[in-house]
Structures are given as C-alpha cells and as structure tokens.
Design a protein around this ligand. Structure first.
Ligand SMILES: Cc1cc2nc3c(=O)[nH]c(=O)nc-3n(C[C@H](O)[C@H](O)[C@H](O)COP(=O)(O)O)c2cc1C
Length: 419
C-alpha cells in the first residue's frame, strides 16, 4: 500500500493516499461527480478510447515541454485549474499548490471560493497567477473581486459560466456535507476518524484565528465555512448572460478566458464579446451529468474558432498521455483539477510537486513515443484512431450538423490535419 508521496507511481496512487487522509465527506466532495456520475466516467472513458500513433526512428533526445500561451512561455503544457478545495486539503493548501506550480513553471488558478486570499497568494508566492470568478447575484460584488485581482497582479481572469445552478451532488447530502458546513453526528465522527487531517488542517485553522473563511469573498458575503452567507441565491446567478461577459471585458484589462464552454456557437460568441480564450470543460463532470466529455467536442470547437482564439482544455485528465491527446486535438494548454488536489491532500506542496513531476515524466514519455521533440509539434496526425475504428467500423466524416446541433462522434473524423 502506497503511503508516501515519493512512492506514488501515478495520480491514482496519490488519490489513494488522499482517500485515506481525508474525511469521507471531503474526499467524496473532491473526487466524485454529480447524479449518476455518467459525465465523470465518460470523461475518462473517452480518453481511454482515443489512441495516439507511435512513430519510430526519430531522434527525440532533445525533448522540451516548453509551451507558449498568450505570448508567455511556461515549462509545461499544463496549468492548475481553479478548485475551491485546495485550502481544505492542507492548511493554506492554495499556497502549497501555488508554490509547486511556480516551481514547475506553470500557471496557477485561484478559485473565488478559496480559503486563502488572492493578496496572500500573490504576496507569498507569485508566479503566473490566474483568478477564477463566479458571477454572483449582485454583480457589483463580483466586480469587486475582479478589481482586487487586477490590483493584486493576476494576469488572467477565468470567468466560470457552467455553474449557474449547483450540481446535484447527492452523495454530499448522504455524507452529511453541506455548504455552509453543519456539524452532525456523521460528519463529526468522520473528522474524528481522520485525526491527521483534523489536527493538521482544521486544528491549525482554529488555532490561527478560527474556522476557515472564504477570504476572496467581499465583506458582505464573507463568513467562515459554517455560517450561512445567503447560499446559492447570493453566490450563483441563473441570470448570467452575454451582457455580463461584456461588462467584465470592460473592467478587466488583462487576458479574459471563459471557462465551461462545450458548444462551438458559444465559443464563437465568446470571441465576439472580446474573450481572449476559452476553456473547454465540463467542470470535471461535477455539474451537468448529461454533458458530453469536453474531449469529444474539442475537435469541433477547434474547427470553429481554433485559428482565432486560444483554446485551453480540462476535465478527466489523469495521465500525461491524456494531456498529449488534448494537445493533439487542438488545445494549447491543459488544466489539471483533481490530480493536484490529491497530491496536495497527500502531502501539501511536496504532494502537489509529486503530481506535477508525474505529469512531466508522462508527457515527456508520450512525446517520445509519438516522436515529438516540442509541444508545438504535437498535432492531429498523432491521433491514431478513435473507438469507431477500434470496433472495426470505418471512421466516416460526420454529416454536417445543422446550426445549433453539435455532433460529438466520431471524435476526429472529418478534421483537417492542421491546428
Ligand atoms: C473539488 C473541486 C472544486 C472545484 N471548484 C471550482 C471552482 O471553484 N471554480 C471553477 O471554475 N471550477 C472548479 N472546479 C472545476 C475545475 O476547475 C476543473 O474544471 C475540473 O476539476 C477539471 O476536471 P478534473 O478534476 O477531472 O481534472 C472544481 C473542481 C473540483 C474537483
């Protein structure tokens, strides 16, 4: 049984360590999806069906993982996705994860719902920092977050648009977990059964000033995680619309990315409203259980807007070869969500570093296997076939979808061999 992060051979080993360390309600909050978890499973299954085509007899001894995004070079084609949970994985886990990202030379995204404030992350760590934003019912409060992020030196704003209503995560309720957190016999017993986490995470917060607080929330919404701050009614907005994107574009002076895009028409519209990039994502299968896997729809989005905007990808990535597949299908960078949370839960910065080392090795190995020395060389020609071919059926180009209808299969048939 793997106990130390140095012994973790892959992300799944880190997940096992995290599972043992965290209370069940917290582990499942991170690990699971929504409803029947179809989207969560599908995210992995589609990656498994896509095949890379190995190429031989090319000198790949000079492999480099450097990746340029928005004119800035990073050391790997991955970045850290925003997750409100890092600060619950470890005491001030956002700092631990951001330090690991900085040391690895990759961007770190801070979620609005984080425990550690954006000012502290910028002041204590630095590096390439991106700020994630949820639009709240009171837009004025969301805009305050944007202004703080600009003042703190964040380089990009990621506005998440796929969370206008909360995902239906029934397991949270079964585990006695809610936001705000309410003590009950089930979740309290769970905490006591995990004394390592109880003392080193919860205990440290309490010893240093009280229950964890969402430090990026404006005063009017801020409270510790056990207090009611008005819940979904205040911190979500089902009236979110394109005008809101326009308003953000007007007040945010740096790079603006829209996170949670799955349809080419939406991607097109993001461009019209001045976004600099889109993040093709289904939120790691945590929100809409009926949504397709982002890797299924990526080729069509690339075909629609890939030559006019920057496409970043996330959801379901657990291996370096998954990163390479997403790059081959046209993403310019891939964000990592749960993988580095598992690492952070396992051992703070050292665990996050272990997760990133695993990705570095696996991406480099995959690149060697498909005979690429540079990230920019990875292209559609490195995709061998999708599951249609594996089952013996020829992969015929899909019929042209009517406007508004998106055809998700076969995965890459009909795509030009270009990026
Ligand atoms: C525990 C957890 C919390 C998350 N919180 C946020 C969030 O606050 N804002 C956001 O835009 N995405 C959030 N996400 C989604 C991630 O940014 C990302 O889209 C997703 O984790 C990618 O899928 P993966 O975990 O399979 O890599 C969260 C994901 C997890 C697992």
């Amino acid at each position: 049984m793997t106990r130390k992060v140095e012994d973790a051979l892959n992300i799944f080993d880190l997940r096992e360590i995290a599972k043992r360390r965290l209370p069940k309600w917290l582990f499942e909050f991170v690990d699971r999806g929504t409803e029947e978890e179809v989207a969560l499973r599908n995210n992995r299954e589609v990656f498994e069906r896509i095949k890379l085509m190995p190429r031989m007899l090319v000198d790949v001894s000079g492999r480099q993982l450097d990746t340029t995004l928005f004119g800035k070079t990073h050391k790997m084609p991955i970045g850290i996705a925003p997750t409100g949970a890092a600060g619950m994985m470890w005491y001030k886990g956002e700092l631990e994860l951001a330090r690991a990202a900085k040391a690895a030379g990759i961007p770190f995204s801070l979620a609005t719902g984080s425990i550690t404030s954006m000012e502290e992350v910028a002041g204590e760590v630095g590096g390439t920092l991106w700020m994630q934003l949820y639009m709240w019912a009171d837009r004025r409060l969301s805009h305050q977050v944007v202004q703080r992020a600009a003042r703190s030196g964040f380089e990009a704003l990621l506005v998440t648009v796929d969370g206008v209503v909360a995902g239906n995560r029934e397991y949270n309720r079964r585990n006695g977990f809610s936001i705000p957190f309410k003590y009950n016999a089930r979740n309290t017993t769970d905490v006591v059964m995990h004394p390592g986490w109880m003392l080193s995470v919860l205990g440290r917060y309490i010893a240093n000033g009280g229950m964890p607080t969402r430090a990026n929330f404006p005063e009017e919404l801020r409270s510790n995680i056990t207090r009611d701050y008005g819940g979904d009614k205040r911190t979500r907005s089902d009236s979110l619309c394109w005008d809101d994107l326009k308003a953000l574009r007007d007040i945010w002076p740096h790079k603006l990315m829209v996170k949670g895009i799955l349809h080419p028409d939406d991607a097109e519209r993001c461009l019209e409203y001045g976004a600099d990039g889109i993040i093709v994502s289904n939120h790691g299968g945590r929100n809409c259980d009926a949504a397709p896997s982002p890797i299924e729809v990526l080729p069509q989005i690339v075909k629609a807007v890939g030559d006019r905007t920057t496409i970043v990808f996330d959801s379901g990535v657990r291996r370096g070869s998954d990163v390479v597949k997403a790059l081959a299908l046209g993403a310019k960078m891939v964000l990592i969500g749960r993988s580095t949370l598992y690492g952070t839960a396992a051992a703070g910065e050292a665990g996050a570093k272990r997760a990133l080392d695993i990705y570095r090795n696996e991406i480099s190995r995959s690149m060697a296997q498909i005979a690429c020395n540079k990230v920019s060389e990875i292209g559609l020609e490195h995709i061998a076939y999708d599951h249609e071919l594996r089952t013996g059926k020829p992969s015929t180009p899909p019929p042209a979808p009517a406007r508004g209808v998106i055809n998700v299969q076969p995965i890459f048939a009909g795509q030009e061999q270009s990026r």
